[in-house]
Design a protein around this ligand. Structure first.
Ligand code: SF4
Ligand code: SF4
Ligand code: SF4
Length: 225
């Protein structure tokens, strides 16, 4: 377990799956079991050097077959072009995209790891990758495992139920957010975060039978992460 933690802390936490696993923690587990540790192309030589030291095994280069590299970027949706098809939501490993069918979608910027997984599924190519300061990248990636685990815990077996249960809630909230967005004076990120918390609360109550106080504790911990 200690070894997995050490390996995991050396991985870049982009959760992109390019190493042929669902995410960074799963790759750390596989490395601890003997899978080659040269597959994190986004981590590049820095990550490889750290892993070489931890494992006392030496690879000179990352295996480019698991590439290409990922630049330090953040996804931003051009809202005026978005058709609300929701394809990007299913692709995002950390639930950083919010929106409802036929309505504008947005990226929660302080969760997005820049993994690029939402880019290809978008049928109208309205997701851009923009530069982000290094210090923000570290903050985001340090907490990406939390959102990755949360996404996995809610979605695997309950995906259909979640979508069905949330359809009306999403529509209502997104209508409200869309209205608010017409007034650019509001704190848009805060509004989107509130929407995410609302959807999450609903999932936890309906799908995981959380009591109200449990939901409050969960959201408090999430927002402190
Ligand atoms: S950053 Fe991507 S390629 Fe590297 S370990 Fe994490 S999921 Fe795998
Ligand atoms: S919004 Fe796009 S780039 Fe950002 S984490 Fe989600 S899938 Fe990756
Ligand atoms: S995939 Fe593109 S068009 Fe569809 S909801 Fe996402 S950003 Fe909008």
């Amino acid at each position: 377990m200690e070894l997995i933690k050490k390996i995991h802390s050396s991985l870049p936490q982009i959760q992109c799956g390019r190493c042929d696993t669902p995410g960074c923690y799963q790759y750390a587990e596989q490395i601890a079991e003997g899978v080659p540790h040269d597959r994190c192309v986004p981590g590049g030589s820095d990550t490889l050097d750290q892993l070489n030291k931890i494992l006392d095994k030496s690879f000179d280069n990352v295996d480019e077959n698991y590439g290409p590299i990922i630049k330090n970027k953040l996804a931003v949706i051009r809202e005026e072009d978005c058709i609300g098809c929701k394809k990007c939501i299913g692709a995002c490993p950390v639930d950083a995209i919010v929106g409802a069918t036929n309505l504008m979608h947005s990226v929660i910027t302080d969760i997005c790891t820049g993994c690029e997984l939402c880019i290809d599924p978008c049928p109208v190519d309205c997701i851009d990758l923009v530069d982000i300061p290094d210090e923000d990248i570290k903050k985001i990636r340090d907490k990406s495992q939390f959102y990755f685990d949360l996404n996995k815990s809610i979605k695997p077996n309950k995906k259909r139920a979640k979508l069905k249960n949330n359809t009306n809630i999403n529509k209502d909230i997104s209508s409200e957010i869309n209205l608010k967005i017409t007034n650019r004076g509001i704190d848009k990120n805060k509004a989107i975060e509130d929407m995410q918390d609302h959807i999450l609360s609903s999932d936890l109550k309906k799908l995981h039978k959380f009591k109200r106080n449990q939901v409050e504790i969960f959201l408090k911990e999430k927002n402190e992460t």
